[in-house]
Design a protein around this ligand. Structure first.
Ligand SMILES: Nc1ncnc2c1ncn2[C@@H]1O[C@H](COP(=O)(O)OP(=O)(O)OP(=O)(O)O)[C@@H](O)[C@H]1O
Length: 190
C-alpha cells in the first residue's frame, strides 16, 4: 500500500475576489483518514476543496497530493446530452477503470439509459459520487456530498466512503450537514 499521505496542505492561504478567506492552514490526510470542512456560507469551504483538487492555486503555502484525486462538486462534469451509462463510461475510460461498480454502489445502475439532463437532483448527485467511487483516486474531495440525497443515498454514500477508507483512501468533505464519517477530524473555517 502507498503510505505517502494522499493529501498534505502546508501553511496554505486562499484569496478569492481580492478577499483573504483563510491562511496558515495545515492538514495532513493519511491513508484511511477523513476530515470534514465546516463553516458558514461563503467562508471558503468549496474554495478549500478546489485548492486541494489543484483547480485553485494557493496564495501562499503548498498543496501536495499523492495517488490522484477524485472531485465531486456541483459541477457534475457529466455530459448532459449522453446517457448516464455513456457519460460515466467516458470517465471510466480516462481513469482506466470500470464504471459499473461505482454505479452499483450508488444505486444508479438502472438509470444507465437515461440522458444525464433528465436526472433528478438526487440522481445527479448519486451519479457524481458514482464517478468518484469508480475512480482509482486515493483522495476523494467531496463538496456537500449529501445535498439532495435521500436516506438510501446517504446510506450508500456512507458505505462507499467507509470502503474507500478501509482500502487506504482518504476523504476531505465540505458539508454543512452531519456526515457519517467515523472518527473524521473537523476543520472549521471562520
Ligand atoms: N470565482 C470566484 N471569484 C471570486 N470570488 C469567488 C469566486 N468563487 C467564490 N468566490 C468567493 O469566495 C468566497 C468563498 O466561496 P466558497 O464557495 O468557497 O464558500 P463556501 O464556504 O463553500 O460557501 P457555501 O456554504 O455557500 O457553499 C465567497 O465570498 C465567494 O463569493
Amino acid at each position: 500500500m502507498n503510505e505517502a499521505p494522499p493529501l498534505k496542505l502546508e501553511a496554505v492561504a486562499c484569496i478569492r475576489g481580492g478577499r483573504l478567506l483563510f491562511e496558515g492552514l495545515d492538514l495532513v490526510l493519511g491513508p484511511g483518514d477523513a476530515a470534514i470542512v465546516t463553516g458558514a456560507n461563503g467562508v471558503g469551504k468549496s474554495s478549500l476543496i478546489r485548492l486541494a483538487a489543484g483547480l485553485l492555486r494557493p496564495a501562499a503555502g503548498k498543496v501536495e497530493r499523492n495517488g490522484g484525486a477524485g472531485l465531486a462538486d456541483e459541477a457534475a462534469a457529466l455530459d448532459p446530452r449522453q446517457t448516464l451509462g455513456r457519460a460515466l463510461a467516458f470517465w471510466a475510460r480516462i481513469d482506466g477503470t470500470d464504471a459499473a461498480p461505482g454505479m452499483a454502489a450508488m444505486g444508479v445502475t438502472h438509470l444507465a439509459q437515461v440522458p444525464v439532463h433528465m436526472l433528478s437532483t438526487g440522481q445527479r448527485k448519486r451519479a457524481t459520487l458514482a464517478r468518484v467511487a469508480a475512480s482509482r483516486a486515493r483522495l476523494w474531495l467531496l463538496d456537500e456530498p449529501s445535498n439532495g440525497l435521500d436516506a438510501d443515498g446517504e446510506e450508500r454514500l456512507a458505505a462507499a466512503m467507509a470502503a474507500h477508507r478501509a482500502q487506504g483512501g482518504a476523504i476531505l468533505a465540505a458539508s454543512h450537514m452531519a456526515l457519517d464519517l467515523d472518527g473524521a477530524a473537523t476543520l472549521g473555517l471562520a
